[in-house]
Design a protein around this ligand. Structure first.
Ligand code: KIV
Ligand code: ZN
Length: 539
């Protein structure tokens, strides 16, 4: 839909999209996104996300930070080997060791990129790097040249770019391009800038730097003031032609600019934002659900584009308007972001074929085994619940995806609750194929369950968050429990869903322990050898 008045020019008043106005979409869900506290993903999950990003039309996938750990290195190289269309980038600090490791990780990609960065703001140079500006400038040239010797596609970022002095920023950018950088990123690392300022920064750097036309400029915005998407769009007005963003806006602290918001702003307001891109917007909902499932980060209900309420109309006036003409209150269609009009109503008589169709409609494709398991759980649910809503199926499948390949599983749980305490829980876990049972008491049933888990899987992780929400309305609704555990300064988040809140709690806690175990395996493999069973992995 286009708005046709003088304040909002019609498409014909805007220059058509040319190659010059095509923007590249650089997705950093697997790098900056994975840096969100608790958002870690397994290798299989990262591959699944990378596949989806690639088929969605993302131009560059930043797959990780190879020097950070063995696990990160493996993930970047596996993604590099696998991705068919997109460029695969790895991140490297300004050190030869980082850059060489990154080069090794991306070298099998059809289109490899090294993304190297260094801080350029007075604050960062003085306190973080403890270096003089002249030393930093030398580092820029040396590191970019090192990277460029290994791959033809090199991105250089001025960390804390928006708090960098303009003259120094221009000198660094010029040096980076002279040393062979093909993309220049000016990140708003701390989410500090405002749209007018960000546009000015790009405009000025591009005007002042003599070799600016030899590189593509890139925006990278954090959302600390809630301005990441607005700043991103302003950067395009200043001449940037690459957008760095993440699915669901996940990322350090308040996150990064959300890919789905940027893409739909460009698509819906092409009249004032005439920048083309290759993203298939009908895959946005699916991408959002997948990233939410694998990171266990819930998507807020009123989140733009992909939130559950993004296309819901509650008030009578709005509903009336919608019935007369959907454009009265809808600036984009649900179908354009991959939300299909529900056609299949699911219940206990639905067969596996209908279930598979429903999953397709909701944007999921599961492998044969996962499909079989999910269908079995759907049938159990349909036996217990009168109406099975789409949300029920989403929760169930997200739970199935989130728990795939886990070494510990909840097999059985009996809880005694009520006023006649003490409350107790008898829990059986399957741990690497062996069943172990323990009964524990606690201050309430949830405490009793967690005590039983502690007895079966001794560990020192701290419970940082326990949250329950009902997936749908009604007292027979499924409960979805989110849990965050932290250990050695690292945290993981996991979800569990079940019509029984206690079972969902146990599943979520066990899922979080499984994730911690994977993390431990990646960062401290020696700890896995200390104890028999799983003890050493999490204790
Ligand atoms: O926010 C930031 O500055 C970054 C850089 C590494 C690009 O993520
Ligand atoms: Zn960042």
């Amino acid at each position: 839909m286009t708005t046709q008045n003088s304040a909002h020019p019609t498409p014909s008043a805007i220059a058509p999209v040319s190659d010059k106005d095509r923007v590249l979409i650089f997705d950093t869900t697997l790098r900056d996104g994975e840096q969100s506290p608790g958002a870690s993903m397994t290798l299989e999950e990262k591959l699944e996300v990378a596949d989806l990003l690639d088929s969605m039309g993302v131009d560059i996938i930043e797959a990780g930070f190879p020097i950070a750990s063995e696990g990160d290195f493996e993930a970047v190289s596996a993604i590099a080997r696998r991705v068919k269309n997109a460029t695969v980038a790895g991140l490297a600090r300004a050190s030869f060791k980082d850059i060489d490791r990154c080069a090794e990780a991306v070298r099998h990609a059809a289109k490899p990129r090294i993304h190297t960065f260094v801080s350029t703001s007075p604050l960062h140079m003085k306190y973080k790097l403890q270096k003089e500006p002249s030393e930093v400038l030398e580092m820029v040239s040396a590191q970019v040249a090192r990277a460029r010797n290994q791959v033809p596609d090199v991105e250089w970022s001025a960390e804390d770019g928006t708090r960098t002095e303009m003259d120094f920023l221009c000198r660094c950018v010029e040096a980076a391009i002279a040393a062979g950088a093909t993309t220049i990123n000016i990140p708003d690392t701390v989410g500090y800038t405002v749209p007018e300022e960000y546009e000015y920064i790009f405009r000025t750097v591009r005007e002042r730097v003599p070799n600016a036309d030899k590189a593509i400029f890139s925006v990278h915005c954090h959302n600390d003031l809630g301005l990441a998407v607005a700043n991103t769009l302003a950067g395009l007005r200043g001449g940037a032609r690459q957008i760095e963003c993440t699915i669901n806006g996940i990322g350090e602290r308040a996150g990064n600019a959300a890919l789905e918001e940027v893409v739909m702003a460009l698509r819906t307001r092409a009249d004032v934002l005439p920048y083309g891109n290759r993203i298939d917007s009908t895959m946005l909902t699916r991408a959002s659900r997948l990233v939410s499932a694998v990171t266990s980060f819930p998507v807020q209900y009123n989140k733009a584009i992909v939130g559950r309420n993004a296309f819901a109309h509650e008030s009578g006036i709005h509903q009336d308007g919608m019935l007369k003409n959907a454009q009265t209150y809808e600036i984009m269609t649900p179908e354009s972001v991959g939300v299909s009009k529900t056609s299949l109503v699911m219940g206990k008589h639905s067969g596996s074929h209908a279930f598979k169709e429903k999953l397709k409609e909701l944007g999921y494709t599961l492998g044969d085994n996962a499909l079989k398991d999910a269908f079995k759980r759907f049938k159990d649910l349909a036996d217990r619940k009168k109406i099975v809503y789409d949300e029920d199926i989403e929760a169930l499948v997200d739970d199935e995806i989130g728990h795939a390949g886990e070494r510990m599983k909840v097999v059985a749980l009996t809880v005694i609750a009520g006023t006649m305490g003490p409350q107790s829980a008898t829990l059986t876990l399957d741990i690497d194929g062996t069943h172990k049972t323990h009964q524990a008491t606690g201050n309430g049933p949830v405490d009793a369950i967690f005590n039983a888990i502690h007895a079966l899987v001794p560990h020192s992780a701290v419970l940082e968050l326990y949250q329950v929400h009902a997936v749908t309305e009604g007292t027979d609704a499924q409960a979805e429990v989110s849990i965050r555990l932290s250990e050695d300064g690292k945290s993981v988040t996991a979800k569990g869903a079940d019509p029984d809140t206690m079972v969902a709690s146990a599943r979520a806690y066990i899922a979080a322990l499984n994730k911690l175990m994977v993390k431990r395996l990646k960062t401290k493999p020696e700890a896995m050898l200390q104890n028999p069973g799983l003890r050493g992995s999490v204790a």
